[in-house]
Ligand binder design. Structure first.
Ligand code: AP5
Ligand code: MG
Length: 234
């Protein structure tokens, strides 16, 4: 049996951060549907363009597209001993598709790790995150801001909230932000999470696979809690 894990939580809860730790510690690939969709960014076909527009608006990509993209990834050779799923499933229909798909392969979920974080902190983590394209280093204007300057730039027609622009003091490099980290997208993503993804908490609790971890703690403390759960279930 492979080690099939899910990490879930509101936007900015630290799913990507902890999934990278799990990949390294337990040697299973980090499969993020958000990353798979972002990788389609340079494709010109109609589907890829539609996916980018949906993401920028903070909405969910349709289930049939998402399930197909995920199935493709789970069938790659490196995913045969299990995976850590990040950002999937996001509703009960996707969870039920995954259950059937794993069952067909004689597999099942070992655990669902819920990173529990309040929406206010979550907003600041997603809205405030910035990244150097030159070094790959990540920062956050609220929590990891040494060496940064930033300002809020008004929208010319005042139709959208002000846009954040952060720079490295030392080099003047303008730091990159995810397009869906603009304020209106983050709020929409959090709303979508509360309405569509939160019902999965009860769904997985009923299946006795849910482990809730307080996520408002330093990254390494959350990682320790994550590791303990996985050691127990694997
Ligand atoms: P996706 O890419 O999955 O984004 P998300 O769910 O909105 O979550 P984030 O990546 O913003 O947050 P995270 O929890 O990974 O946090 P991170 O570790 O970066 O999805 C994007 C879009 O794709 C969706 O909106 C949708 O359109 C589409 N999509 C994806 N999957 C889909 C699906 N299954 N169905 C349909 N549509 C789908 O951390 C955030 C920040 O906080 C970082 O700066 C980090 O350094 C910091 N941080 C992390 N942990 C801590 C800590 N403990 N203390 C302090 N800071 C911390
Ligand atoms: Mg992420």
């Amino acid at each position: 049996m492979g080690l099939y894990l899910i990490i879930m939580g509101v936007q900015g809860a630290g799913k990507g951060t902890q999934a990278a730790f799990i990949q390294k510690t337990f040697n299973i690939p980090h499969v993020s549907t958000g990353d798979l969709f972002r990788a389609m960014k340079n494709r010109q076909d109609e589907l890829a363009q539609r996916v980018q527009n949906i993401m920028n608006a903070g909405q969910l990509v349709p289930d049939d597209v998402t399930n197909e993209v995920l199935k493709d990834r789970l069938e790659q050779p490196d995913a045969q001993q299990g995976v850590i799923l990040d950002g999937y499933p996001r509703n009960v229909a996707q969870a039920s598709w995954l259950k059937d798909y794993l069952a067909q392969r004689g597999e099942k979920l070992a655990a669902v790790l819920l990173l529990d974080l309040d929406p206010y902190t979550a907003f600041k983590r997603a809205f405030g995150r910035v990244k150097s394209t030159k070094t790959g280093e990540t920062y956050n204007i609220y929590t990891n801001n040494e060496g940064l300057t930033w300002e809020f730039i008004e929208h010319p027609e005042h139709t959208y909230p002000p846009r954040l622009e952060a720079k490295l003091k030392a080099t003047g490099e303008i730091l990159e932000r995810r397009r869906d980290d603009e304020a209106f997208s983050v709020v929409k993503r959090i709303d979508t999470y509360l309405a569509e993804t939160m019902p999965l908490v009860d769904y997985f609790r009923q299946q006795d696979v849910l482990y809730s971890i307080p996520a408002d703690q330093p990254i390494d403390v959350v990682s320790q809690a994550v590791q303990q759960v996985i050691e127990k279930v694997k």
